[in-house]
Write a protein that binds this ligand. Sequence first.
Ligand code: NDP
Ligand code: GDR
Length: 373
Amino acid sequence: MKKNKTALITGITGQDGAYLSEFLLHKGYNVHGLKRRTSLFNTDRIDHLYQDPHEENRNFFLHYGDLTDSSNITRLIQEIQPDEIYNLAAMSHVGVSFEMSEYTANVDGLGTLRILESVRLLGLEKKTKIYQASTSELYGKVQEVPQNEQTPFYPRSPYGVAKLYAYWITVNYREAYNLFACNGILFNHESPIRGETFVTRKITRAVSKIVLGLQDTLYIGNLDASRDWGHAKDYVRMMWMMLQYDKAEDWVIATGKSTTVRKFIQLAFKEVGITIVFEGKGKNEKGIVLKCENPLYKLSKGKVVVEVDINYFRPTEVDLLVGDSSKARNILGWVPEYDLKDLVKEMMECDLVLMQKEKYLKKGGFETKNYFE
Ligand code: NDP
Ligand code: GDR
């Protein structure tokens, strides 16, 4: 009988880690995940997969660890002997990386080296395949569009620069030691479990709160930034497909369509029957209600619901990303199942439910107890 494959996922508690765990478990893998010790639970996204240590035939395991801790990583890889490692762990917020540049370099750059070096030290070069979570942030300053595997890199943030190191050290270990190590150059991908401070989720949460009367205004940064947004579910499938291909290579994954932050806000409001227009320029630009066609929501014409806050601007910005994933589409046969409309719809549906819950709790007097009173 064929033995089930074993995968190790770093960053298992994040958006992609959760979708990838689901995907690999359905494929019959034993899934091991690295999770950080935190003072509050950080496993919300994977709680439905948790298996009690006393259960028999477990196939989902969590281990404490951190990408800054080499001995921890080496020991875990030695114990788990993974067939595949998906290195998804990272300080993944571009804006925050300007505040925490050294830490970002340590985790996102050196963390990748620690994994590659452990696999080499343990003599697992022939057994263990590695997926490195590379990013469209590598392209940074627009030099050409659409961006493909040959487009030169010009990162524009400490996050992008750290990921550039990770990209090249992955290529170097592949060439120097014959490791099966791939870079997935993934463009932005979102979902209802996207972190709340990334712009799409910030928007769908705020729009849901605004229509339910829980918040007045969405404060936002650069409305002109344009991103190639796909659905995380479609993208984690590709991580796996890259490791099943007979050669270790680098792959761009993207929808090929770019949309501005401004347009994303309009799409989110449209999803609940509200038309928004933007007026003014630069930091004085505002999003104003033109029409509210949903009888459930009482937003009057002329109400200002979006305002620009320059604190959300970045010292250096990536203006335009649009990916050309024809290599993955032609060779691996990738066809995304979601388009932007499906994505916005799903995110809005989920956030509306969450915010309705919040509203009912507030109304019923069940707000979280203040322990400091
Ligand atoms: P998330 O921010 O949702 O998840 C990041 C994960 O990394 C979390 O599990 C987090 O743990 C963990 N982590 C952070 N720091 C450390 C550390 N020092 N040691 C161990 N684990 C750590 O990111 P996504 O799921 O969206 O992205 C996954 C990967 O793909 C990241 O590397 C990201 O940079 C990259 N990427 C993402 C894209 C996207 O659009 N989503 C596009 C291209 C690349 P905790 O839960 O405790 O915070
Ligand atoms: P990004 O995603 O930087 O592309 O990195 P994010 O959603 O943070 O920003 C996208 C664009 O929106 C602009 N923006 C704002 N961003 C945030 N977060 N908050 C705001 O209020 C706001 N207003 C405007 C940003 O300036 C930017 O131009 C994501 C991460 O998942 C990375 O880990 C990943 O590598 C890349 O996608 C591909």
